[in-house]
Design a protein around this ligand. Structure first.
Ligand SMILES: Cc1cc2nc3c(=O)[nH]c(=O)nc-3n(C[C@H](O)[C@H](O)[C@H](O)COP(=O)(O)OP(=O)(O)OC[C@H]3O[C@@H](n4cnc5c(N)ncnc54)[C@H](O)[C@@H]3O)c2cc1C
Length: 405
């Protein structure tokens, strides 16, 4: 007979969003299942793991999970800029260690973790609301029933898709990356590389993990470009293009590949008994396509709202709406502004990129980071758009604010 489990909350996907949601939901004897299809948590790495020290401290991620970065280098075909800060404000995560730590946090709070458990379908009641999921496991098919289901299955959004609420993301980033050992690494400096030869719609990167290891990658916007990021990455490494050449001898350790949504905040994220969070909700900063801090932060909020809903005995859309209200209030305006810059960047020629770097050069480290993080407050942006001494900077931020042309 098919096995059945009954939980209060069933979380699908043990990435940063799912583990964080499970951690926050597993309080006050609320029963939580966290379901992951891979053999172990973070078995496959699909991300470069750049995030921000401020968020790392807020989440209390242990110090041995990241490498701090304080110099931000950018290069285009004929220009180069390095913005150096006095203290590190960015970091490159040891992704596997961090994601496993997040899952361990959930387990310590009482979450039951099921690995090798691949969710393939949803279970609905007679009103067509979700009440569980079906999964393949090595010991056969299993049904997980829950009063609330959290879809944290990432890009594939398996639960929401099976419910018929969403279809495949139309606009997304595809990224390929090698983690490599290299001879000449500056562990405090990252590189972003822009222009046609790096990526026709996106960028390439070098993110240091230690003095011996970096991640070299290429991201390509789809459907804007048909370039295969893996092929482009291999070419760049072989030809030692730009700052890749400075790394000296390179020995690949591991290959990473992943997809990230870039359709803006287009999805509704609460339904009766269902919450979408992380990449399945499209919560990503479009400028550099980073979503880990949102996955953790909004994962925790999703978990808290789900817990409150269970305690109140009401799990319909209106009971879960505080989650959607909360995350939209926090990032919607910022992501919209960042989308305008992204649209400008996607169309730049090599020469225009060379000039864009001259504008970026004018920013102070905090301004640059706020910019790249899509974390600008309105008053800061207005100040740059109206009072910055350089006209090009005023124009750039004027565009974001919708001032002038
Ligand atoms: C190439 C690349 C580079 C990136 N670089 C950065 C970066 O530097 N910084 C940053 O902040 N963000 C980066 N991102 C984005 C970041 O990785 C995501 O925003 C983040 O991982 C989202 O977390 P998540 O938990 O929502 O999804 P995921 O991390 O994708 O986790 C989803 C989990 O669900 C599991 N799952 C999926 N389907 C099923 C199923 N059917 N049954 C059971 N389990 C399932 C998966 O195995 C996975 O463990 C990058 C993305 C890509 C593609």
């Amino acid at each position: 007979m098919e096995k059945e489990f009954h939980y209060d909350i069933v979380v699908v996907g043990a990435g940063p969003a799912g583990s964080s949601a499970a951690y926050q939901a597993s309080k006050n004897d609320v029963k939580v299942a966290l379901i992951e299809r891979e053999e172990s948590i973070a078995e496959t790495v699909r991300t470069s793991g750049v995030t921000w020290i401020k968020n790392i401290k807020e989440f209390q991620i242990p110090d041995d999970c990241f490498n701090p970065v304080k110099n931000y280098s950018f290069c285009s075909p004929n220009n180069e800029v390095t913005i150096s800060d006095s203290i590190p404000r960015a970091a490159v995560l040891d992704v596997r260690k961090t994601y496993r730590w997040l899952a361990e946090q959930a387990k310590n709070e009482g979450t039951d973790i099921f690995v090798k458990t691949n969710v393939i379908d949803v279970i609905k009641n007679k009103n067509k609301d979700i009440i569980g999921v079906k999964a393949h496991t090595p010991s056969g098919q299993v049904s997980f029933f829950g009063k609330i289901i959290i879809d944290a299955s990432g890009f594939g959004s398996v639960v929401s898709k099976s419910m018929g609420f969403v279809t495949q993301w139309k606009r997304f980033g595809a990224g390929a990356e090698y983690e490599v050992r290299a001879k000449n690494i500056d562990p405090e400096t990252w590189w972003l590389m822009v222009g046609q030869k790096y990526s026709p719609a996106g960028y390439a990167w070098i993110f240091p993990i230690s003095k011996d290891i970096v991640r070299i990658g290429v991201g390509v916007g789809k459907p804007e470009s048909s370039v295969d990021p893996t092929e482009r990455l291999k070419e760049l490494i072989k030809s030692k293009t730009g700052p890749i050449g400075k790394l000296d001898e390179i020995t690949p350790i591991e290959f990473h590949y992943g997809l990230i949504p870039n359709d803006g905040l287009s999805r509704k994220t609460v339904y009766n008994n269902l919450i979408l969070v992380g990449d399945s909700a499209g919560q990503a900063n479009p400028l550099v396509l980073e979503g880990i801090r949102y996955a953790i932060k909004f994962g925790r909020i999703a978990g808290r709202v789900a817990l409150d809903a269970i305690k109140s005995g009401k799990t319909d859309e209106s009971a879960l709406f505080p989650y959607e209200e909360n995350w939209r209030k926090e990032i919607e305006a910022k992501i919209k502004s960042a989308g305008k810059i992204q649209n400008r960047w996607i169309g730049l020629s090599d020469e225009q990129w060379d000039k864009e770097l001259d504008i970026i050069k004018e920013l102070k480290p905090e301004e640059f980071l706020d910019f790249i993080k899509a974390d600008f407050g309105l008053s800061n942006m207005l100040k740059l758009a109206t009072r910055h001494p350089k006209m090009a900077v005023r124009q750039l931020f004027g565009l974001v604010m919708g001032i002038g042309k």
